[in-house]
Structures are given as C-alpha cells and as structure tokens.
Design a protein around this ligand. Structure first.
Ligand SMILES: NC(=O)c1ccc[n+]([C@@H]2O[C@H](COP(=O)([O-])OP(=O)(O)OC[C@H]3O[C@@H](n4cnc5c(N)ncnc54)[C@H](OP(=O)(O)O)[C@@H]3O)[C@@H](O)[C@H]2O)c1
Length: 308
C-alpha cells in the first residue's frame, strides 16, 4: 500500500510516497481502508522536528482518517467489516496511508450527512475544540467565551460547538474571515488586525486560545475573576491566573471514539458542519502541507486517498 513518510526532518520536500506492507490489526483494533485523511498543523510541526526525536524516524504523518472497515481483530465494540468510520489516530500511527490499524475505541461511525472527504476533516480539530471547551474549559450554556483563531481548523469547530452549547461567542480572525465566522454563529467577530479585542470583549468566562504569544498575554484583562484560560499552545502564566483566581490549562488533544460519536450526532442534526478549504491527492501531501503552513486557510485541508 502507499504511505507518505519522512526519513528526516525538514521542509515539505522530505515527504516521500512509499510502498509499505498493509498493517495487521491487533486485538481490539480495526483495519480501515482509508478514503480520506486530513492535514493539521501537528503534521508540519512534526515534519519540522517538533514532538518526536530523530531516532523515531522514519514515521508516517497524518492523524485523521475516514474510511471503511476492511477487517476487525478481537473485541471491537460492535464495529464490523464494511462500517464507515472516522477517527483521530494515536501518535504512533499515521493517516497519510491507504490502510491503517486503529483502536476500535478511537473510532466512531462516520456522520451520515458527510462524505468521506468531509468526515476526514473532523476528528483531530473537532476533538481538540471539544476537549478544550468542555473537558478543560467546562463551558456551560449562558457563559461568554472568547475564541482566538476562530477561522482555522480547530477554531471553526470551536465556534459551532460553543454556540450549540448555548454560549455567547466572541471570536477573533482576519478581516476576510469576519463574515465566515459570523456565519458559523459567532455573536461578536473581531478583526484582530484592525481592532483590539479588549475594546469589544469583556467579562469572559472562558478564553480559548489557539494563537498564544501576546494574544494570550493580553487576554487576562478580558477574563472574569474565577474564569478559565485554555490554550492548545502555551501553558498560561501561573501568577496571572492566580491574580484572577482563574484556572489556566494547556493540553494535548486525545483520540476519543465516544466524543466523536457525540460530534457525529451534532453534525447529523445540522448543528455543526466542517468547512473544507482545499482537497489534494495523497501523492500531493507535500503541496497540502505547504499550503497549510504558509497560506491563509479557512477551515481544513483534506487528502483524498485514491487507489490505482
Ligand atoms: N495541543 C493540541 O492538542 C493541539 C491540537 C490542535 C491544534 N493545536 C495547535 O493549535 C493551533 C491552531 O490549530 P488549527 O488547526 O486551528 O490551525 P490553523 O488551521 O492553521 O488555524 C490557525 C488560525 O489562527 C489564526 N490566527 C493567527 N494569528 C491570529 C491572531 N493573532 N488572532 C486571531 N487569529 C489568529 C489564523 O488566521 P489568519 O490566517 O487570518 O491569521 C488561522 O485561521 C495550531 O498552532 C496547532 O498546532 C494544538
């Protein structure tokens, strides 16, 4: 089968399309015939030398897949061959492939409303938003949330989840995405190049930070006393959190089939829709990563895994 792997760290040119043996699922795993995979910042960060040591190379990149189950091994929570599923992969396997073995517990049935390309756009970004807002941020109906980076892969899910939960959503993005983010349901959309979010957002219960740097630092002023600052990128400053009697959380998203099933229900109910910025072939994974890393992207980039 085809797999896109790296043998060294570097730019997109280090991605190689190679022939690899098809994996055998271990007990409790399903073998997925991948129809589509998606690209996340973690893929190019890993390719650039982040997250894994050099001795771990070669590795297959990619953390999201959607496809049909080809085979199962042992007890797989009712999943059977032929089921259409989607999953966020654990860090020890890659999704830019034709077949991948996935723990059944990490899979959920693909939302019926979505095709495989749309479904592949969901798992890592949506689980990141879900876990950040609800597990770590404990966002509740009626609360006010400020989402920084609202037009990107994670942010566009976060806006929709927060609205579906009944929160009031303040969101920051570039001017060209203001209408898009408003269309996702945000109540107040702030163009971060032209305006200071501090002038529009206040008494925020939860700051959801997908940007870090000075954006995170400045966000303490809009947070309520006793609020929460959750970041995917940087541990919030402990002294500043203490001064506000706030909680600060930095976390790494984890695969979770149960949460993906809940997310599928929201998608099938029409409350959440993934947005696809571009689709590339598996062989063009390098172009896809180059685009995500260097260009302005609205929503998600997906790889269609065509078999010859
Ligand atoms: N810890 C984890 O488990 C985890 C999981 C997923 C993602 N992440 C990280 O979280 C970040 C977001 O992920 P993603 O997939 O959503 O990335 P993405 O699709 O590249 O989106 C990032 C967004 O941030 C916006 N942005 C940049 N600077 C901004 C600013 N100062 N204010 C407001 N928005 C700004 C960008 O918009 P413009 O192009 O308009 O600037 C872009 O839409 C990435 O760094 C990623 O590595 C971490």
């Amino acid at each position: 089968m085809k797999a896109v792997r790296i043998h060294e760290f570097g730019g997109p040119e280090v991605l190689r399309v190679e022939d690899q043996p098809r994996p055998d699922p271990a007990p409790g795993e399903v073998l997925v015939r991948v129809e589509a995979a998606s690209v996340n910042p973690v893929d190019y960060k890993m390719r650039n030398g982040g997250y894994i040591p050099e001795r771990a190379l070669p590795v297959t990149l990619g953390r999201d897949v959607a496809g049909a189950i080809e085979a199962v091994a042992g007890e797989t929570s009712g999943f059977k061959a032929g089921d259409a599923v989607y999953a966020m992969l654990a860090r020890d396997r890659g999704g830019y492939v034709e077949y991948v073995a996935v723990k059944a517990a990490d899979c959920a049935r693909k939302p019926e409303r979505l095709d495989f390309i749309q479904a592949a756009a969901v798992p890592l970004a949506a689980l990141t938003a879900w876990q950040g807002l609800f597990d770590h941020g404990r966002l509740a109906a009626g609360q006010r949330v400020l989402i920084h980076g609202a037009s990107g892969g994670v942010g566009h899910f976060a806006v929709q989840f927060a609205k579906a939960r009944g929160a009031t959503v303040f969101a920051t993005c570039s001017q060209e995405d203001v209408a898009f983010v408003r269309g996702l349901g945000a109540d107040e959309v702030i163009d971060y190049h032209a305006e200071r979010f501090e002038d529009r957002a206040h008494d925020i219960d939860l700051v959801y930070d997908l940007v870090a740097g000075e954006t995170q630092d400045r966000s303490w002023t809009v947070l309520k006393d006793g609020g929460v600052m959750v970041s995917t990128l940087k541990e919030p400053d402990k002294a500043k959190a203490e001064a506000k009697r706030a909680r600060g959380v930095h976390y790494m998203a984890q695969p979770n089939g149960g949460q993906l099933a809940e997310i599928a229900r929201l998608i099938d109910d029409g409350k959440v829709t993934p947005v696809i910025a571009a689709v590339f072939t598996l062989a063009d994974a390098a172009k896809a990563e180059r685009k995500l890393e260097n260009e302005h992207v609205r929503g998600k980039i997906v790889l269609e895994v065509a078999r010859g």
